[in-house]
Design a protein around this ligand. Structure first.
Ligand code: NAP
Length: 265
């Protein structure tokens, strides 16, 4: 009998990670759902629930050891946890830049460093790193976020080449705008510098108006999850995949949309 794949997912307290853990858990994968606060995972139909803050090396190490001990294998690692931050490159503080890169770039790197030895030992597996369409066009006032995800994409390309001799594939999933709390949380984090005192205030307002029009087309997490599941099951997936199909259309047309013209002379 073929054994049931073990899938580890970060950031399952809400949003895409939560919907993904639920959906895969209901399909009888062995899902290890992780989150900073374990109680947020209580009602998920998964095999294991772990406390894991991706900025904490100790949490990451414990998770890797527990997965090895309890399941003896790992088939898919999904680096989903991430944060966004609203603000111009100039306005965002140095500390916030560092925090965002710590979560979005170093978080997946810590996970990869902890789990790669297991993958190599078993000689198969897949690492999925979640990024965004913003890496393609550099959405104004999301430069921190887009920059961190672009870094993760490049790291993923190098990693894919490094791990291929062991039969391990690395996939970047570039996801289109999805209806989660990601951006609301980013507004909360940005209240200190997105104020009328900022030289970018007028542009923030214009960006906000355009964004509010676009957000009504945001995807439901379930749609995104369906596509993630398809890609993780594909025998030979592309190294970088934009999902879902509507995001692939946006990828082509976005360069002509007004939001990118904000601030252009
Ligand atoms: N929504 C979109 O439009 C969109 C588009 C493209 C890509 N993405 C990407 O998709 C992924 C999921 O985002 P989402 O939209 O589902 O956002 P979300 O609803 O805000 O969920 C983000 C998840 O990441 C977790 N997280 C944040 N900091 C963490 C840390 N230090 N350690 C562990 N977990 C942490 C959050 O946990 P807490 O509850 O503990 O904060 C939450 O579970 C992110 O990588 C995001 O960049 C989202």
């Amino acid at each position: 009998m073929k054994s049931v794949p073990v899938i580890v997912i970060t950031g399952c307290s809400r949003g895409i990670g939560r919907a993904l853990a639920k959906s895969l858990g209901e399909k009888n994968y062995r899902v290890v759902a992780t989150a900073r606060h374990r109680e947020s995972l209580a009602d998920l139909p998964v095999q294991a629930r772990l406390t894991l803050d991706v900025t904490k090396t100790e949490d990451v190490k414990n998770a890797s050891e527990l997965v090895k001990e309890q399941f003896g294998r790992i088939d898919v690692l999904i680096n989903n946890a991430g944060i966004a931050l609203k603000g111009s490159v100039e306005d965002v503080t140095e500390g916030q830049w560092q925090h965002l890169f710590d979560v979005n770039v170093m978080g997946p790197v810590r996970m990869i460093q902890a789990f790669a030895p297991h993958f190599r030992q078993q000689g198969h597996g897949r690492i999925v790193n979640v990024t965004t369409l913003s890496t393609v066009w550099g959405t104004p006032f999301l430069g921190t976020y887009a920059g961190s995800k672009a870094a993760l994409e490049t790291v993923s390309m190098a990693l894919g080449r490094e791990l291929s001799p062991w039969g391990i594939s690395v996939i970047v999933l570039r996801i289109g705008l999805t209806d989660t709390e990601l951006l609301a949380k980013s507004h909360e984090r940005s209240e200190r510098w997105v104020t009328p005192r900022s030289p970018y205030w007028q542009q923030y307002q214009t960006g906000e108006k355009i964004f509010n029009r676009i957000r009504r087309y945001a995807l439901r997490p379930e749609i995104v999850v369906r596509d993630i599941e398809r890609v993780i099951n594909r025998p030979h997936p592309r190294a970088i995949r934009t999902i879902p199909w509507s995001a692939r259309v946006s990828e082509k047309i976005m360069p002509f949309v007004r939001i990118l013209k904000i601030g252009r002379r």
